[in-house]
Design a protein around this ligand. Structure first.
Ligand code: BES
Ligand code: MN
Ligand code: ZN
Length: 501
């Protein structure tokens, strides 16, 4: 769906349907006076009074089919004091889905109506555009088209009052479009089944995107991993016929080549069977999403390169497939990580931290990071603790943690900070190696985070995002069908757009 603009005020707007966002308990014509000009017939439509403006409510009104705006879709936002960006996102998404079901080819969203809501007009333009595009996301590339499948609207236009579209609003719409593009790319990558997207295919996809968007992509294959001493990442991949790799992405725009990069590290397990410590069969198919962290990193960097963001950003994708093959790592194995530490492996299903620890070491060896942010579907324990709507954040740098919570909160990706509880690091002591990769079941998300922290040098700003649980959407919502959610892509994008202070 194209995002377009119309100006010169409601008398000149034209589309098959106009959305009218409205709060509860207030007359829709008062809230959206543009309707008087764009759809004057609504004033005399008695059915108008059936619309109450409840959160989630949609009401479609029909005028004469030959009018420039023949229909109005009233979009309920609930009580005004609760109508924030999150409510608007969901409402716009539900409205756009309704338009698709109805077969409307063109939609008009009046900007003045957004400007009357709290939150800032440009922000709400950005959020509306992003939500409208997310609403249409489907993972259809492996399916024949169904005969009765609804067709996406061709365009959504933002309607403006003045002679021209303000630059700020124009830019905001483009930002929203770009954010939606990143999220949809992350969803596509994570929804792709593991047979069709093994580590080497994920790396190839990254290289293609690098060419398309203009960032660099280097792939470290098994030999290079061995050269770098990445025994942990190699161990994770060694039970699979498809070898592991580390994908190195860099966006270094002109004039920023020498700046300290912001480094994103993503867990890229294209499938996680658990290895020799095999997972139960129930829901194991969801483990095709165990590369959601890597997908978020790749999608964010592609978006940053596309908009030529004025910041140096590096992305590391630690890719492997955790399989129980004949060469698989075993419980009790000791491997040498890139940091030089020997690591005792207890449960082969705690593989993500092994893949990440080598990538974290590499990040600090190759660059002087402004900050390192890793993102991973790391622990079931995090999903148990926080559920499926809010992700875990581990960070001892208060300013960085605050930036991440703010960046995520603004775009509907919420984080809750959990402690890097130092005393628990005792439980990572090993009888036979420098460190053990896991502690007890209790505090599992914290123990995993503490293991990662072990590989960070003093003074390096670092945050760990545990997105297990939020990476998968089990029930369809206006903003996301069942499947991969793309969670994290936009947080990283906003983090880099805003810079880390
Ligand atoms: N990829 C899983 C974590 C996960 C679980 C992600 C559910 C998404 C949904 C991870 O590799 C894993 O298996 N972790 C183990 C660690 C344990 C063996 C210490 C877990 O959480 O059970
Ligand atoms: Mn696992
Ligand atoms: Zn995993």
């Amino acid at each position: 769906m194209d995002i377009r603009f119309q100006n010169l005020g409601p008398e000149h707007w034209k589309a098959q349907v106009m959305l009218a966002p409205a709060c509860q308990g207030e007359d829709i014509l008062h809230q959206c006076p543009e309707l008087d000009k764009a759809a004057p017939w609504l004033a005399v439509a008695p059915a108008r009074r059936d619309f109450q403006g409840k959160n989630g409510e949609l009401a479609l009104f029909h005028g004469h089919p030959d009018l420039p705006v023949p229909r109005v879709l009233a979009v309920g936002l609930g009580p005004r004091e609760k109508a924030d960006a999150a409510v608007l996102r969901k409402a716009v998404a539900a409205a756009v889905q309704r338009c698709r079901e109805q077969g409307f080819a063109s939609i008009l969203l009046p900007e003045p109506a957004l400007a009357r809501l709290p939150g800032g007009p440009e922000r709400l333009v950005e959020e509306s555009v992003c939500a409208a595009l997310l609403a249409l996301y489907r993972f259809t590339m492996l399916k024949k088209a169904e005969a009765d499948e609804p067709v996406d609207p061709q365009w959504l236009a933002l309607g403006f009052d003045g002679q021209s579209v303000p630059d700020g609003a124009h830019a905001a719409a483009r930002r929203g479009e770009r954010a939606a593009g990143a999220i949809c790319l992350a969803r596509d990558l994570a929804n792709m089944p593991a047979n069709l997207l093994p580590p080497e295919a994920l790396a190839r996809r990254a290289a293609e995107l690098a060419k398309e968007c203009g960032f660099t992509c280097t792939i470290l294959e098994s030999d290079a991993l061995a050269e770098q001493g990445m025994g942990a990442l190699l161990a994770v991949g060694q039970g699979s016929a498809r070898p592991p790799c580390l994908v190195v992405l860099e966006h270094a725009p002109q004039g920023h080549e020498q700046e300290k990069p912001l480094i994103f590290v993503g867990k890229g397990l294209t499938f996680d069977t658990g290895g020799i410590c095999l997972k139960p069969a129930a829901n194991m198919q969801q483990m095709k999403c165990d590369m959601s962290g890597a997908a978020a990193v790749l999608a964010a960097i592609a978006a940053l390169a596309r908009e030529d963001a004025p910041r140096r950003v590096v992305g590391l994708l630690a890719c492997a497939e955790n399989m129980p093959g004949g060469r698989a790592m075993r419980p009790g194995d000791v491997v040498r990580a890139a940091s030089g530490d020997s690591v005792e492996i207890v449960n082969t299903d705690a593989e993500g931290r092994l893949a990440l620890c080598d990538a974290l070491a590499y990040a600090q060896k190759q660059w002087t990071p402004a900050a390192v942010v890793d993102i991973a579907t790391l622990t079931g324990a995090c999903a148990v603790a926080l559920g499926t709507e809010v992700a875990g954040l581990f960070c001892d740098d208060a300013a960085l943690a605050e930036r991440i919570v703010a960046a995520g909160g603004a775009c509907g990706e919420n984080y809750w900070q959990l402690p890097l509880w130092k005393p628990y690091a005792e439980s990572l002591k090993s009888e036979v190696a420098d460190i053990c990769h896991m502690g007890p079941r209790e505090g599992g998300a914290i123990n995993a985070a503490l293991f990662l922290q072990h590989f960070l040098q003093k003074g390096v700003r670092w945050a760990h995002l545990d997105i297990a649980g939020v990476d998968w959407n089990a029930k369809k919502t206006p903003l996301c069908p069942v499947g991969a959610s793309g969670f994290g892509a936009r947080t990283l994008l906003e983090l880099a757009r805003g810079g880390v202070q």
